[in-house]
Design a protein around this ligand. Structure first.
Ligand SMILES: [Zn+2]
Length: 346
C-alpha cells in the first residue's frame, strides 16, 4: 500500500449523540460533540459482569451532561457505572470525570503523571496561568495580539473541566484489568501527553488508542510552558515502537475519527510525517528562526487564536528534537526570544 494512502474505516457513520453502538462484546461506542476541533471525541463504555467502565468523557458542559444522562439511562439500567478511566489530562478526555465521580460515585483511574498534570493545571488561577503563558509564548516569538488573548483567557482549562477528584486509582503499563468479560492490558506512553493510557484487549484484538495513534490526523506533539526544553517528539517516536507488536488486523479505536485497522501502516505514516517536518524545519533554520516563524512555515499564518498554542508548541517540539540531536543551536536575543539556527550553516 502506498505510504500516504488513507486508512479504510470500519464504520461510515458515527453513533447518534446520546446513543451507543456496540463494537465488540461488552464494548460500546459513544460519540460526544466538542466545542472545538476535532468536533467530537469517541468514548468507550465497557460492560463487565458487575458494572460499567467509561473510557474518556468529553468536556464539562450542559450539553455533554444531558447526552450522558440519556446514554446511562438507556444502558446502565441494571448495573452501576463503577469507574472512569481517563486516558490523559486534556480537557476533552478528563472533562466530566469529576462530575461522574460526584454524581454517580464512579472511581477515577488514571496514570499518576496524568492525574498530577490535571490537578496542577486545574488549580492555577487565571492571573498566574495567564502570566506563565504570556512569558513562554513571548519567548517563542508570538505577536502581542496573541499575548493579549492569553492574558484575557486565563485558565480556560479549568473552565472546561469539572473539578479533578482529589484521589484516584493509579494505572501502570502492563497492568491488567477485567473491564469486559475478558482482560485488558494498560500501556502508558509519552509524547502527546506525559503518560497517556491506551488499553488492549487480546481476546477481541482491540486497541483503545486514545490520542496516541489517530487514523487520519497526526496527534499533536507539543512543548508546553511547564517544560520549555522538553523533547516530547523523541518520546513520541520511541513510544510508537510499543505499538509495533500489533498486526494489520488489530482493530484500533481512536479518540478522534473512526475505528480502523492497519496499525503498522499508520505507524509508518506518522513516523514519515515527522521526518518530513524535521527536514523542512532544519532547512528553514539556515537563518535564525523563532518557533512562531517555524510554525508559520509549517502551517501558514491563517490559524485561529485557539490553535496558535498547538502550532507553536508543535514547532518547538521539532526544534527541541533537532537541538537535542545537535543539528541546530538555540540562543536568546536581547528581547529574551529564543532563536534557532543550523549548527553548521551551509
Ligand atoms: Zn489529547
Amino acid at each position: 500500500m502506498p505510504l500516504k494512502t488513507r486508512l479504510t474505516t470500519l464504520h461510515d457513520k458515527l453513533p447518534e449523540p446520546g446513543t451507543t453502538l456496540a463494537i465488540a462484546p461488552g464494548v460500546n461506542w459513544v460519540c460526544m460533540p466538542l466545542p472545538f476541533l476535532p468536533a467530537f471525541i469517541n468514548c468507550w463504555l465497557l460492560e463487565s459482569e458487575t458494572g460499567f467502565t467509561l473510557v474518556d468523557t468529553g468536556v464539562n458542559n450542559e450539553k455533554s451532561k444531558i447526552l450522558w444522562k440519556a446514554v446511562l439511562e438507556k444502558v446502565c439500567r441494571d448495573k452501576p457505572l463503577q469507574s472512569i478511566i481517563v486516558s490523559h489530562y486534556h480537557p476533552d478526555h478528563i472533562g466530566l470525570a469529576g462530575w461522574f465521580a460526584s454524581e454517580y460515585g464512579a472511581e477515577l483511574l488514571m496514570s499518576q503523571t496524568e492525574w498530577l498534570a490535571a490537578r496542577a493545571l486545574f488549580l492555577l488561577n487565571d492571573r498566574d496561568l495567564g502570566q506563565i503563558m504570556v512569558d513562554f509564548y513571548h519567548r517563542c516569538g508570538c505577536e502581542e495580539e496573541f499575548l493579549n488573548y492569553l492574558r484575557a483567557d486565563g485558565n480556560s482549562y479549568a473552565r472546561t473541566i469539572a473539578p479533578v477528584p482529589h484521589s484516584f486509582i493509579r494505572l501502570e503499563s502492563r497492568q491488567q484489568l477485567r473491564l469486559t468479560n475478558s482482560m485488558w492490558t494498560m500501556q502508558c506512553s509519552a509524547g502527546h501527553s506525559p503518560a497517556q493510557v491506551t488499553l488492549y484487549n487480546e481476546q477481541e484484538d482491540l486497541l483503545i488508542a486514545a490520542d496516541q495513534i489517530l487514523p487520519h490526523i497526526s496527534p499533536n506533539i507539543s512543548v508546553w510552558p511547564d517544560e520549555p526544553f522538553a523533547n516530547p517528539l523523541q518520546y513520541y517516536l520511541e513510544s510508537l515502537k510499543d505499538f509495533e507488536r500489533f498486526g494489520p488486523e488489530t482493530i484500533m479505536l481512536p479518540a478522534h475519527g473512526y475505528p480502523t485497522k492497519n496499525i503498522p501502516q499508520r505507524l509508518l505514516q506518522l513516523t514519515h510525517h515527522h521526518d518530513e517536518r524535521l527536514e523542512i524545519i532544519y532547512n528553514a533554520c539556515n537563518e535564525p528562526r523563532t518557533a512562531t516563524e517555524i510554525s508559520a512555515a509549517m502551517l501558514g499564518t491563517e490559524i485561529g487564536m485557539q490553535h496558535i498554542f498547538f502550532a507553536v508548541g508543535e514547532a518547538l517540539a521539532h526544534l527541541n528534537y533537532l537541538h537535542a540531536k545537535g543539528e541546530i543551536v538555540r540562543f536568546e536575543d536581547d528581547t529574551n526570544i529564543w532563536r534557532y539556527r543550523q549548527t553548521s550553516p551551509k
